[in-house]
Design a protein around this ligand. Structure first.
Ligand SMILES: [Zn+2]
Length: 754
């Protein structure tokens, strides 16, 4: 029993899971590195640390020292390295020394803020430093806020609420004028369109702080990503000192890469492995890719334990994910901390720093989509001085098989970059409207927050709503904040309603609405199926009805791309183009697919054309390249282009942190020169979010990886693991051999130095 016996099993070929282990990597233990503080802490903090027997690790001292010197910092040490103390110590220290000073903690979700509130309350209690900590978010009634305005010195909130706090900044005058710290936890979550919004929100916030004569220090904490400082500096618009040398101790860790077992599904493999861990008495966290999978794995494990004659273990496995009430989550967290739960199955809700203590084992059911998440999830297993074990069970797709077969490559892979793009006109304009409402904009002074081209930007993009007086100051009086979403783009939104069934209507963007709630679509909400009976384009409301249907639907679109402006950069003999694109999507039909797979039927759709202006990069396939392709044995150029389009959708995530919905890929005739072709990668957001541009430098690697994946797939002419990974790909619209040939031609051109 216990982890030691389980570790022995890894080499026992009679133990079923051992048969699928491709490689087991051992990470050696680290002993603790302690540090020294260069400045005196307040007596209450010194006493607190002594009482709690806390000796600060080197990175915690580095963080506290840097903050004491007035520097902004970003901490990127791993999960469970004691990051929270890196900001709680300097914050409580300052709040003890100056009884009027205040601090604001920003978390990406309400759940995280309430989890951290408990930690802060405990620290207030134990240190005796009165800070009246409070959570401020949409769940806190207005009646409860008066006390917060008056007495709270430490507020925990989220970006959406900070946005509304700035709208009513007068209410926060006391708090903002004494603000000494802004703590941004989980800073890596602020990327893509959310990141662009939060970056502008921070600029507005800094301007309001200046108005109240405060100049807070920023303390950021982030998962390990390859460009944490760049991301953080874009977010706060100021220099950051990196704190990344982990001084906390770690026990020995084993990381097993497991192949897909062709006879069993990845789910079944996961269930059997989790049941084994539980039987060995090891506390295990298992990550599944979606809510649905989490439910299946959790239920499957309980059933298996019962079938194998362990009724005593059946109530030791539960699921944990977003969607449960705070009380229910708290109950599960407590069971886990007490050791009453042995297995917990989770979505990535637990990837963000919610404290469940450290566990013996982690099972990653499928590659979590990025190296960043892989290390975050793996970090959930491991205590200070004991061993831990991580399993990653690969899905049968080329990307995951590729990793499992190359452990040396996998374990040394660089972690992805996260991108924030400040150039999105929509987002910038909306935040300028909000800023002008908060305080009139004086372009001479405010260009340091909103860009040196502020005056011309306002004149070009905001002058219909903003008014300029004779002194050149811009004003805005109408209410705007409630219309601006911090997590998306300000555009006409659609809502999906099902009477009696939805607590709140679901909000969708126009393109989401066309794709997911067209008439006849099946829409998923809380694991239930709803049929869309009507989509009213005038009121922008979709009416839904709960159904029990054995099928789901997939919308089909015809996409056309036009080039609005272009630039280029060279790779060997090859030129990559990038610039502004107009992407038009015509949803013209949908497929009905049986739950077990297999297309039942196709139906036409009659929706208006939806066009967005965005940013993208594209490869031009000239007639010269087509000739080269033919010379190398290629036959169908269109099928090769389609192949590149499809495989690229799979591999983009290898280079950049992105949601599949952030990015679109297109192939077809060149819009300006119909004899040529293009393959374009674009941001699927009005105005762009910077992801496609960030891919520019990775182009040769992307082409090489695409070819390698395809060649490695054992199928003859495309299979669901490679070219047919999406139901939208029609049979015979792609050709594997031709795709590989075209990729090789491109690869050679990029390698050739002129
Ligand atoms: Zn294949």
């Amino acid at each position: 029993m216990g982890l030691e016996s389980l570790l022995l099993k890894l080499e026992d070929n009679e133990w079923p899971p051992a048969k699928t282990i491709a490689h087991c990597h051992r990470f050696s233990e680290n002993s603790a590195q302690y540090g020294t503080l260069k400045h005196q802490l307040a007596p209450q903090i010194k006493h607190y640390l002594l009482e709690k027997h806390i000796r600060l690790y080197s990175h915690q001292c580095d963080a506290i020292n840097a903050v004491a010197e007035g520097r902004n910092i970003i901490i990127t040490t791993p999960t469970a390295s004691g990051k929270t103390l890196c900001f709680n110590v300097p914050v409580f220290d300052e709040l003890a020394k100056d009884p009027e000073s205040t601090a604001l903690y920003i978390y990406p979700t309400k759940a995280l803020a309430s989890d951290q509130l408990k930690t802060v309350e405990q620290m207030e209690n134990d240190s005796g430093i009165l800070v009246h900590p409070h959570r401020v978010d949409g769940d806190i009634p207005f009646s409860a806020r008066d006390a917060i305005y008056v007495e709270s010195r430490l507020v925990l909130t989220n970006p959406d609420m900070l946005h509304r706090m700035l709208e009513h900044h007068g209410l926060w005058e006391r708090f903002f004028s004494k603000l000494r710290f802004i703590v941004i936890d989980e800073a890596h979550t602020y990327r893509g369109i959310f990141g662009t919004n939060v970056a502008y929100l921070m600029r507005r916030f800094k301007r309001i702080c200046k108005y109240y004569h405060s100049q807070p220090t920023f303390i950021l904490s982030s998962a390990t990503i390859s460009n944490a400082v760049e991301l953080g500096e874009t977010l706060i618009d100021g220099p950051l000192t990196l704190i990344d040398k982990d001084g906390s101790p770690h026990g020995e860790k084993y990381f097993a890469l497991m192949k897909n077992d062709p006879k069993r599904s990845t789910n079944q493999q996961t269930i059997e492995l989790l049941a084994e861990c539980v039987k060995y008495g090891c506390q295990t966290i298992c990550f599944g890719g979606s809510r649905k999978l989490v439910g299946l794995i959790s239920k499957g494990t309980v059933n298996l334990l019962s079938k194998e004659g362990h009724p005593d273990l059946m109530n030791k496995v539960e699921e944990y994910r977003a969607g449960y009430s705070p009380e229910e989550r708290a109950r599960k967290e407590k069971l886990l901390k007490n050791g009453d739960l042995l297995g917990v199955v989770s979505t990535n809700a637990l990837e963000l720093g919610i404290d469940v203590g450290s566990l013996d084992c982690a099972i990653l059911s499928g590659y979590p989509g990025s190296m960043m998440s892989t290390w975050q999830q793996a970090g959930r297993a491991g205590r200070k001085n004991t061993k831990s074990l991580v399993f990653l069970i690969a899905y049968n797709n080329p990307l995951e098989m590729y990793y499992v077969e190359r452990p040396a490559y996998f374990f040394t892979r660089p972690i992805e970059k996260a991108v924030i793009d400040l150039q999105n006109t929509e987002v910038r304009r909306n935040h300028l409207y909000c800023a002008a409402y908060e305080r009139p904009i004086n372009p001479r002074e405010d260009s340091k927050y909103f860009g040196s081209d502020l005056e011309s930007f306002i004149t070009d993009h905001c002058s219909t709503w903003l008014f300029q007086n004779a002194d050149g100051i811009w004003y805005y009086r109408a209410k705007i904040h409630e219309k601006v979403s911090i997590r998306g783009i300000f555009e006409e939104t659609f809502s999906a309603v099902a009477s009696k069934h939805f607590k709140d209507p679901e909000t969708l963007t126009k393109s989401q609405a066309f794709r997911e709630v067209h008439e006849g679509a099946i829409f998923f909400h809380n694991n239930e199926k709803y049929l869309v009976t009507k989509l009213d384009l005038n009121t922008r409301v979709a009416s839904l009805q709960k159904v029990d249907a054995p099928y789901y639907t997939v919308a089909l679109a015809t996409i056309t791309v036009d080039i609005l402006s272009e630039d280029s950069m060279g790779f060997g003999e090859f030129e990559l183009k990038f610039g502004s694109l107009a992407v038009s999507t015509q949803y013209d039909g949908y497929m009905v697919i049986r739950d077990g797979g297999g297309v039942n039927d196709r139906h036409p759709l009659n929706l208006p054309l939806n066009t967005i202006d965005t940013k993208g990069i594209w490869l031009t396939i000239t007639s010269e390249i087509v000739n080269e392709f033919r010379k190398n044995g290629g036959t169908y150029i269109e099928k090769a282009l389609k192949g590149i389009e499809i495989i690229t959708q799979l591999t983009i995530s290898h280079f950049i942190l992105s949601d599949p919905r952030d990015i679109g890929v297109y192939s077809g005739a060149h819009p300006k020169n119909p004899r040529d072709f293009i393959v374009a990668v674009y941001d699927d957001y009005k105005g762009g979010i910077g992801i496609a541009y960030k891919l520019k430098e990775s182009l040769p690697d992307l082409i090489r990886l695409n070819r390698d994946f395809l060649e490695r797939c054992s199928c003859k002419d495309g299979c669901p693991a490679c070219l047919y990974h999406s139901k939208r790909v029609e049979k015979d619209s792609v050709n594997k051999n031709d795709t590989v040939i075209l990729l090789s031609v491109l690869e050679k051109k990029m390698m050739n130095r002129l």
